[in-house]
Ligand binder design. Structure first.
Ligand code: AMP
Ligand code: ZN
Ligand code: FE
Ligand code: FE
Length: 287
């Protein structure tokens, strides 16, 4: 077995599968290592870890945190985190609260616009589980206010549309210190979503390395393979390690198949080896 996946989502955030089912799928595909990197939560880690131990799959606990950034989206992965870390749990519960408040505000706008929607169930759900704009988009589709998820974003929920409300994200310094306090290593996810020029990417990588970011997720299914090779080179030039992931979410993102990355390439075990070596170096330094 030489295939792995270092970027996956479960039902603990916006993935389709329960953490144990995600591991079962990985087992059926013959993957040897899985990192779970749910958005803003460590809620799936215990279940996934237990299932991975039974399935004899190596498990790496992770998280994906959105950072305040313009013009594009900045997602920061944290690998090797302790899900019991007090400062991490404090930050994730703050993010969950902010997410809930934003959902309530968006639902308020939907109601004020007079759309024929029963929002009570989703408001309740949003209190205890991870609800985001994709779920609100589904609600609009169910109420026949949009043809499909994408149409709901294009009409109502996307940036610049009437029900769009900016998400409150962590400043980079804070996300870094939270991940590091939890014993984790920060890695920049899918850098092309930052939406900056290559020259600017280089400047940012150098700056972020100084701040403690160890690696770059060079390979991601939303980028062309050749563009990912360029990212790998930019990371190596700065002595940063390189990871690859699928960003598996289940059916909602058919282009992100478990165990596969840019160009539909299987994710090679060498990426796991680099990450594990970086984690070992980091824990030696911390002792
Ligand atoms: P949220 O965290 O609630 O802001 O939701 C973010 C998610 O919404 C992203 O992970 C995408 O899956 C989806 N999304 C954001 N913008 C769009 C868009 N313009 N079209 C379709 N999906 C989008
Ligand atoms: Zn997601
Ligand atoms: Fe992401
Ligand atoms: Fe992701």
């Amino acid at each position: 077995m030489n295939q792995v996946d270092l970027h996956t989502h479960s039902r603990a955030s916006d993935g389709e599968l329960a953490p144990a089912s995600l591991i079962e799928k990985a087992r059926s595909l013959g993957l040897s290592t899985i990192a779970l990197t749910d958005h803003d939560t460590v809620g799936g880690i215990a279940e996934a870890r237990g299932a991975a131990a039974k399935a004899d799959i190596e498990f790496i606990p992770g998280i994906e945190i959105e950072i305040d950034f313009e013009p594009g989206e900045f997602h920061l992965l944290g690998y090797g985190i302790d899900p019991g870390s007090a400062s991490l749990l404090e930050a994730t519960s703050r993010l969950a609260r902010a997410r809930h408040e934003r959902n309530v505000a968006i639902l308020g706008r939907i109601a004020a616009a007079g759309l024929p929607l029963d929002t009570s169930k989703i408001t309740e759900l949003s209190q205890e589980s991870y609800i985001g704009r994709p779920h609100l988009a589904d609600l609009l589709v169910e109420a026949r206010c949009a043809r499909n998820r994408q149409d709901a974003f294009d009409r109502y929920l996307g940036k610049g549309r009437p029900f769009y409300i900016k998400k409150s994200c962590l400043p980079l310094e804070e996300a870094l210190s939270v991940i590091q306090a939890a014993g984790g290593i920060p890695v920049v996810a899918h850098p092309y979503s930052l939406f900056v020029s290559k020259a600017m990417l280089g400047t940012l990588f150098s700056r972020w390395k100084e701040m403690g970011i160890g690696g770059i997720e060079a390979y991601h299914p939303t980028a062309k393979y050749g563009q990912c090779v360029i990212l790998e080179r930019m990371a190596r030039e700065r002595d940063m390690f390189v990871t690859a992931g699928s960003d598996f979410h289940g059916k909602a993102r058919p282009e992100c198949g478990l165990g596969r990355t840019a160009g539909n390439m299987p994710i090679e075990r060498r990426f796991r080896d680099e990450l594990v070596a970086a984690l070992a170096r980091f824990s030696l330094r911390g002792d």
